[in-house]
Design a protein around this ligand. Structure first.
Ligand SMILES: [Zn+2]
Length: 317
């Protein structure tokens, strides 16, 4: 792939007023583009766009099948009410281009809030002192930072989007897709795969821990990992534990540049303490490509060896 991005200015200057970090963005609505300032807020659990702003600038919104509540840090539903629509809109920040997905909400003070999902996806380096934001993650350098020829200037064009996906997919398939694992403790266990086509690798506890009833505990795994390029890692509950013992996983996304020990935050939703032994399977590590995918409906799914055996069928826990 041609190294186009190196020649581009991929650093944008920020206004840093009070504790808000604002960045200028261009959104490409269906009829025209609009330049506004968005707030980057690591405290926001979602990426939001204001409902009124969308209708004013012809930014198409799509109704979601299942509405979802927005929860505040204290666990209470937010007063902004359930989210019923999302907006997928091409967004430029300097030479950084993406198809952004926003939750549509009534925002009293902002048009656009770039929250944790956006920060996790692009992992921009934010220098508040210098007022600079630099896009240098693998995703951004392979996917977002492209100088679009004039003919491709309207990125909502479906064909262009497909071309980018194909190009990105081809680049990824040439790279080593294995996960590098380092054992920080010689007794730690390597992640293993429960079945040949399991989505994740099982993670094992490297210490004895008790997860208190209705509480949580951090369980070390004794390993650190480097994911394949263009991917990020997510820790998902071990389905048998989730169903039989109501053990969930909190703080589940790992930044792609984190090389410290993988530690799993297990939450016990039941009324009984849950004892973890060293070597127990505690969660699964899922490596995901950072690509936006769409769903399409099929009448029937293809056959696999595992078939419809579900929760807890690939081992004991
Ligand atoms: Zn990016």
């Amino acid at each position: 792939m041609r190294n186009l991005y190196a020649a581009l200015n991929n650093t944008e200057t920020l206004d840093n007023e009070n504790d808000h970090i604002m960045v200028q963005i261009q959104l490409h609505g269906t009829k025209r583009q609009v330049t506004i300032n968005a707030m980057i807020d690591s405290g926001a659990t979602e990426d939001f766009i204001d409902k009124g702003f969308c209708s004013k600038y012809n930014i198409r919104t799509t109704q979601v099948k299942t509405t979802r509540e927005v929860y505040l840090a204290d666990g209470q539903p937010s007063a902004m009410g359930p989210i019923t629509h999302i907006a997928k809109v091409p967004m430029d920040i300097g030479s950084h281009r993406e198809l952004a997905t926003f939750q549509v909400a009534k925002l009293p003070n902002h048009e656009v809030i770039l929250g944790m999902p956006w920060l996790k996806q692009h992992s921009p380096r934010i220098d508040c002192g210098q007022g600079k934001i630099t896009f240098e993650s693998e995703r951004c350098t392979t996917w977002c930072l492209k100088e679009s020829p004039t003919v491709y200037a309207i990125p909502e064009n479906e064909a262009r989007e497909e071309n980018l996906k194909v190009e990105f997919g081809a680049t990824q398939s040439k790279k080593d897709q294995r996960i590098q694992v380092r054992l920080l403790d010689p007794q730690a266990k390597l992640p293993t795969r429960g079945s040949a086509k399991a989505a994740g690798h099982d993670l094992y506890a490297n210490e004895e821990k008790t997860i208190p009833a209705r509480g949580q505990e951090v369980v070390p795994t004794g390993i650190s990992i480097t994911p394949p390029r263009g991917t990020y890692r997510r820790i998902a509950p071990q389905s048998g534990m989730a169903v039989k013992h109501q053990i969930a996983v909190n703080a589940a996304v790992i930044d792609s540049d984190y090389t410290g020990e993988i530690r799993v935050v297990l939450a016990n939703m039941s009324d009984q303490d849950y004892a973890i032994q060293k070597g127990d399977r505690i969660a699964q590590l899922i490596t995901e490509k950072m690509v936006e995918s769409d769903c399409y409906q099929v009448p029937k799914l293809g056959k696999t060896g595992r078939g419809q055996q579900g929760f807890g069928s690939t081992g004991t826990s």
